[in-house]
Unconditional design. Structure first.
Length: 413
């Protein structure tokens, strides 16, 4: 029979043994749980975007992306990045609305939902059933859809507030244009204009834009800030192609000594196509994706300027800028700097090569469409300014890149 002393020791030993088991169990749990947490739990809580007090986690991004996913699967890194940029703008819109005391009531949201459901569901039925079917098509929960509508309505109210700040009238240009397919074709048209031929008749005869051609090139009235069409600028260039850099430097020395460019091109250039034309290479865009890769290097040169020897697979080019056109927005940066009656140089744009004529300049009332465009642009520029300021101040932070994107792709179901 155990002594009283032995009986007193046993509970202590049992407690000690129980503590060891508990500690061992905790250690096992930590060894299993910590890797599990960091591999499967923590990534969902990762903050990819913060705008002020608003934080967007990987989980929230994942849920927002679900209705947007393409049929082929998860979107590209670029697509998701644009989506996060949209979420950033949403947060900024809500901040702006709060600052300006702009609110959207639940009743306004209810009314807008009924309008949308009615427009999307022409069939008969109870609203609740039609709304449920509508939500299934969007892939959103009712809460998420109401928040989406709230953001859209906040944006509309902000847009109206910016529209009220736009003056009712502003200086505008009345423009006409001849739009051609290539810069080379504009040379012929420019020569005809210089000889005194009528601009409107030439527009009807040569412009590839049929709508404006029927009106003699007439394009309408344009205030600043409405037309986004732009040109990267272009140069009319002459070139001499040599076999080596040493030969190119010798040609440069002769040019500096005052020898004639055309004669040197015909005698020494290895480019057969341009050699007989005195090295004339025609028009080259300042955008390297549209022409020679040296466009950006040539554009800063003034007419008459000559480049350094430029290496290519065919040899070394010496290029001379004969003429160059301005770059920027066609209306705001170029047309508004032309006097009435003036004709622009050929402007290479996405719509073709344009020759613009300023017909008149005067203050005119803005149309409803022009006001809408200006209000939209003002709001967009304002949001960009807020975003840039927020990033500089540290109020807007991104923690998004290929690593988080790859993790999302692996867990997309």
């Amino acid at each position: 029979m155990p002594s009283p002393a032995d009986q007193g020791k046993r509970p202590k030993e049992e407690r000690h043994y129980g503590l060891v088991i508990a500690l061992y169990g905790l250690l096992v749990l930590l060894l299993i749980g910590i890797p599990y947490y960091f591999r499967l739990v923590a990534p969902w809580r990762h903050v990819v975007l913060q705008v002020g007090e608003v934080k967007v986690t990987t989980r929230e991004l994942f849920e927002r992306l679900r209705p947007q996913r393409p049929a082929s699967g998860f979107g590209s890194l670029e697509m998701i990045t644009r989506f996060i940029q949209g979420m950033e703008k949403e947060a900024l819109l809500r901040e702006a609305a709060k600052e300006r005391n702009l609110t959207v009531s639940e009743e306004e949201i209810d009314k807008e939902i009924r309008r949308r459901v009615s427009a999307a569901s022409p069939g008969e039925g109870k609203f609740e059933d039609l709304y449920a079917a509508f939500l299934r098509k969007t892939g959103l929960s009712e809460k998420a859809y109401r928040e989406q509508i709230r953001t859209e309505m906040i944006r509309e109210k902000l847009l109206l507030s910016f529209a009220r700040q736009i003056p009712p009238e502003t200086e505008q240009l009345h423009l006409a244009a001849i739009i051609l397919g290539t810069p080379e074709k504009t040379d012929t048209v420019r020569k005809r204009l210089q000889k005194g031929e009528d601009f409107f008749r030439l527009a009807r005869e040569t412009s590839v834009d049929l709508e404006s051609a029927r009106k003699g090139g007439e394009m309408g009235w344009f205030p600043k800030g409405v037309e986004e069409l732009s040109t990267p600028g272009q140069m009319r260039v002459q070139g001499i192609l040599t076999k080596s850099e040493e030969d190119a430097k010798k040609i440069l020395d002769r040019l500096k000594a005052g020898q004639d460019w055309g004669k040197l091109a015909k005698t020494y250039s290895h480019d057969r196509k341009s050699r007989e034309e005195g090295g004339d290479l025609g028009w080259i865009s300042a955008d390297p994706t549209e022409g020679m890769p040296f466009g950006p290097e040539l554009y800063p040169l003034q007419p008459g300027g000559i480049s350094r020897p430029l290496p290519t697979a065919d040899g070394f080019w010496i290029l001379k800028v004969v003429e160059k056109t301005p770059k920027g927005k066609v209306v705001d940066d170029i047309a508004f700097h032309l006097p009435v009656g003036a004709v622009s140089p050929p402007l290479n744009t996405d719509r073709g090569v344009m020759i613009i004529k300023v017909l008149a300049k005067e203050r005119r009332p803005l149309t409803a469409e022009q006001k809408a465009v200006l209000a939209e642009k003002t709001l967009s520029d304002w949001l960009e300014g807020k975003a840039e300021k927020g990033r500089k101040e540290g109020r807007i932070r991104w923690d998004w890149g290929s690593e988080t994107y790859d993790w999302l792709v692996r867990h997309w179901k």
